[in-house]
Design a protein around this ligand. Structure first.
Ligand code: NAD
Length: 275
């Protein structure tokens, strides 16, 4: 049985707090890599139309034999498909590729404010949700101003906002906004993409103190903050290492040391301008 705690989203749906991200895993390798993650115990998989591996993801889920209700599958709508009708078509295509009748979570991948179509897009998401084809709907890379607009012009409060978040980009303002509106914070690039962050001496010190690896310390930090995390690895030993984060606890001094690493450093694009 999974040791992974769940969080309850604002519509009552439960979501594993630790999942497996599949960005940059080629479609023809996805079945093997995701199969390994499922064998390790991961039950939540984070993909996206633009990753080009929804079919491989679907093959892994089908081959696992794990009952559908024990899985939590997230996919995302790509920017070029924003708009009401195009969203409905893109969602059908994603479901067909995944070979599923519903997803657990459907996210708008980026707000693309320059296009100004995320409100119409989200209205299509509300239809998909009402039809029961996504158990929860949400967004990704939305800043508080984009969320304010959605909250004002649509009726279903997003269940999740998936944003870049790691010790060097702690996103205090976004996290506080989410908390005050019942939106769960999900961290992408939770390990800061590995290099650099995981070599930070302050993290190495905490890893030595707890007899853990730097990646485990960083994932533990996310979990204790209440974030949902979706680390990615294609390496079996790291897939296992990243799942083994429930047998230790960071103390207040550890958390304070990690809080001190925030430098506002983005690894990915700026959501205000990314198209
Ligand atoms: P990540 O922070 O999960 O880092 C992954 C990299 O870290 C790996 O490629 C590997 O090089 C290294 N790594 C992993 N485990 C390690 C370990 N135990 N020890 C040492 N190094 C290790 O970064 P990511 O892949 O960018 O993000 C995770 C997931 O978030 C993605 O797969 C995707 O699902 C999602 N994501 C979403 C968005 C978005 O716009 N919504 C953007 C980027 C990523």
């Amino acid at each position: 049985m999974s040791k992974v705690p769940s969080i309850t989203l604002n519509n009552g749906v439960t979501m594993p707090q630790l999942g497996f991200g599949v960005f940059q895993i080629p479609d023809d390798e996805a079945a093997t890599v995701i199969g390994h993650a499922l064998d390790t115990g991961y039950r939540s998989i984070d993909t996206a139309a633009v990753y080009g591996n929804e079919e491989g993801t679907g093959r892994a889920l089908a081959a696992s034999g794990i009952p559908r209700e024990e899985l939590f599958v997230t996919t995302k709508l790509w920017n070029s498909e924003q708009g009401y009708d195009s969203t409905l078509r893109a969602f059908d295509a994603s479901l067909a590729k995944l070979g599923l009748e519903y997803v657990d979570l459907y996210l708008i991948h980026w707000p693309v404010p320059a296009r100004d179509t995320y409100v119409d897009t989200y209205k299509a998401f509300e239809k998909i949700y009402t039809d029961g084809r996504a158990k929860a709907i949400g967004v990704s890379n939305f800043q508080p101003a984009h969320l304010e607009r959605l909250l004002g012009e649509t009726s279903v409060v997003p269940a999740v906002n998936q944003i870049e978040l790691h010790p060097r980009l702690q996103q205090a303002e976004a996290r506080a906004f989410h908390a005050s509106h019942g939106i769960a914070t999900e961290a992408w690039s939770p390990l800061g993409q590995g290099k650099g962050l995981l070599e930070d001496p302050a993290i190495a010190e905490l890893a030595a103190k707890h007899g853990r690896t730097p990646a485990q310390v960083v994932l533990r930090w996310h979990l204790q903050l209440g974030n949902v995390v979706i680390p990615k690895s294609a390496t079996p030993s790291r897939i296992a290492e990243n799942f083994d984060v429930f047998g230790f606890e960071l103390d207040d001094a550890d958390l304070a040391a990690l809080a001190g690493l925030d430098s506002g450093t983005r690894l990915g694009p700026d959501p205000a301008t990314f198209e």
